[in-house]
Design a protein around this ligand. Structure first.
Ligand code: CP
Ligand code: NVA
Length: 311
């Protein structure tokens, strides 16, 4: 069966651990100048319906470092679902490329791409999940010597795509996750129910202080995600008490780290003082997107039954 990476739940814990180990190897190879052209002659199509800095650059640089090539497709190029159906785009692309990565508004677009493409499809962010980011964040925590299972992670803010991927990660890696969000901005009920059924140690509450109390990790994300710009003012009001600032950080363990997927909206969900402070590891997270995505790509190509010849 073809494997995709639309959601952390597409992979078992053991498979995710394989990817994390591979990422560690690839990062060491890169740092020590050891060539690792594992995807020589392979091509990644990158579909972007939304803007991106980190995801775009790290997939592109990652393929280059692996000896592969990328094709960048903007909405203006292919007009996914308008000029041509999602299914037909998938059935064309898979004749030419080895992997498709897409950043989309509607998660169902990814599911449709994956259904029709014979090559693996990677979620580069949808309205529902951002799995590449969270695997990379887990890698960053492991790199700092944390045992994921014993962590207490506080997610402060919107019950959005990031929160959903953290919920899925809690089910896979066993850490304790406390999400604090205002009324009306809770994570999706189905996502929560699915992970609770798997025994995830998850609490959803209203109080950021309760979430931050004794936490090892304080995580936050923008109050207004891409595509929600029309709600920005209303969201600013709703999330006013959900800022990650020095007062909140003081409630966490003294050794706690602060994480953010970026881009940050300084002065809204996080203060400059915290983002630029000694406990912040946000740029390590960004750096590791590169190494983890390389591992995801290599793993998917190796697990694709429709592998073709290479250069
Ligand atoms: N964190 C993240 O995915 O960043 P971009 O939106 O810049 O890709
Ligand atoms: N929740 C944010 C994440 C950006 C990486 C968004 O979807 O815009």
């Amino acid at each position: 069966m073809k494997r995709d990476f639309l959601n952390l739940r597409d992979l078992s814990r053991a498979e995710l651990e394989d990817i994390l180990r591979l990422a560690q190897q690839l990062k060491a190879d890169w740092k020590q100048g050891r060539p690792h052209p594992l995807l020589c002659g392979r091509v990644l199509a990158m579909i972007f319906e939304k803007p991106s800095l980190r995801t775009h650059v790290t997939f592109e640089v990652g393929m280059f470092q692996l000896g592969g090539y990328t094709v960048y497709l903007t909405p203006a190029d292919i007009q996914l679902g308008k000029r041509e159906s999602v299914a037909d785009v998938a059935r064309n692309l898979d004749r030419w490329v080895d992997v498709i990565m897409a950043r989309v508004y509607d998660h169902r677009t990814l599911e449709e791409l994956a259904r029709w493409a014979q090559v693996p499809v990677v979620n580069g962010l949808s309205d529902r999940f951002h799995p590449c980011q969270v695997v990379s964040d887990c890698f960053t925590l492991l790199e700092r010597g944390y045992d994921l299972h014993s962590l207490r992670i506080a997610f402060i803010g919107d019950g959005n795509n990031m929160a959903h991927s953290w919920l899925n990660a809690a089910a896979r890696f066993g850490f304790e996750l406390f999400i604090a969000c205002p009324e009306g901005y809770e994570p999706n009920g189905e996502v929560v129910a699915a992970v609770l059924k798997e025994g995830a140690r998850v609490t959803i509450g209203r109080d950021p202080a309760q979430a931050a109390n004794d936490a090892d990790v304080i995580y936050t994300d923008t109050w207004t995600s891409m595509g929600q710009e029309a709600e920005a003012e209303q969201r600013r009001r709703a999330f006013r008490d959900y800022q990650v600032n020095a007062d909140l950080l003081r409630l966490a363990k003294p050794t706690a780290v602060v994480m953010h997927c970026l881009p940050a909206h300084r002065g809204e969900e996080i203060t400059d003082e915290v983002l630029d402070g000694p406990q912040s590891i946000v740029f390590d997270q960004a750096e590791n997107r590169l190494h983890v995505q390389k591992a995801i790509l290599v793993w998917l190509v190796q697990h694709n039954p429709h592998r073709r010849g290479v250069l």
